[in-house]
Ligand binder design. Sequence first.
Ligand SMILES: NC(=O)c1ccc[n+]([C@@H]2O[C@H](COP(=O)([O-])OP(=O)(O)OC[C@H]3O[C@@H](n4cnc5c(N)ncnc54)[C@H](OP(=O)(O)O)[C@@H]3O)[C@@H](O)[C@H]2O)c1
Ligand SMILES: *[C@@H]1O[C@H](CO)[C@@H](O)[C@H](O)[C@H]1NC(C)=O
Ligand SMILES: *[C@@H]1O[C@H](CO)[C@@H](O)[C@H](O)[C@H]1NC(C)=O
Length: 287
Amino acid sequence: MGAVTKVLLASICVAFLAAKWTSPRFDADSLKGARVLVTGASTGIGEQMAYHYARFGAQIVITARREKVLQQVVEKCLSLGAQKAFHIAADMANESDPDKVVDYALEKLGGLDYLVLNHIGPSPFSMWKGDVDHTKWLMKVNFFSYIQMAWKALPSLEQNKGSLVVVSSLLGKITSPFVAPYTSTKFALNGFFGSLRHELAMKKSNVSISVCTLGLIDTDSAMEKVRGVTDVQAYPATDAALNIIITGATRQPELFYPWFTYFIAITKDWFPSVTDYIIQNSYNYIP
Ligand SMILES: NC(=O)c1ccc[n+]([C@@H]2O[C@H](COP(=O)([O-])OP(=O)(O)OC[C@H]3O[C@@H](n4cnc5c(N)ncnc54)[C@H](OP(=O)(O)O)[C@@H]3O)[C@@H](O)[C@H]2O)c1
Ligand SMILES: *[C@@H]1O[C@H](CO)[C@@H](O)[C@H](O)[C@H]1NC(C)=O
Ligand SMILES: *[C@@H]1O[C@H](CO)[C@@H](O)[C@H](O)[C@H]1NC(C)=O
């Protein structure tokens, strides 16, 4: 290993540990009574976030498309200790639903302390075959609805020194085969909310933005896609959910979960052809 590489690796380790040590301590009590809106909360990581917020005694509004499932999640939230829990069914591909959901949460909770944007529309895990319409639809669900809801909630978040939490992916930082439409929506989110974070800081806004970079998480939808395709280890949704909540509560700009996604995101450009080789060979693909 060359001296330059060693110095670079050492610097990254120091930066990583410094970020860990200096990050503010999480105070669970700060979430008691907090007014939270979580999207995509009928299943997966969103559902787990709803349960964690409930255990912390928050007031919660959850949304997704399936009303019946949302009802069950709400009941479980109440039994776990949520001060309040409501649900509203909505389709984030519909142009009016994102506003409708934020209005509903503001009305039910009387304001918002956390807006947690997490939902994604289903997208195939396969080679790009030219389906532009699907990509446009996915951009509506995974991207345009996010910026619409963020804008709608921003005045209340300003008033309450609130936090905007965006669930993104390692696929918003690096590219991979089989996910062209999905990765596009995540790169768009990272670009948009990175820009907005600058603007809020320059305006001395009360609102923090946390963008969460996740690796492979063991939700049903993700496991179904990658089964037999890759041997990459999946991390538990409940742990991912808790880490996202802590990142928002401590107002940190970024989360990397699991931790090594930080190293991948930072080193991917050092040896581009090696990175490409590793990515392309991490899938069991036979042409
Ligand atoms: N799992 C992973 O490996 C992984 C890795 C990196 C990043 N992430 C990110 O983590 C977040 C959660 O992922 P997940 O694996 O938990 O997803 P998931 O289990 O597939 O859940 C997606 C949620 O979005 C809702 N949804 C789907 N289409 C919708 C629409 N048109 N309108 C409104 N809601 C809709 C679904 O509920 P309904 O069907 O009831 O609408 C569900 O509640 C996503 O932002 C994802 O990109 C996940
Ligand atoms: C969006 O939802 C509204 C009511 O919630 C409905 O009137 C409208 O037809 C929907 N639009 C689309 C494109 O489905
Ligand atoms: C920040 O919050 C305080 C109240 O907590 C409010 O008076 C002030 O106007 C807010 N700042 C902005 C930029 O809205």
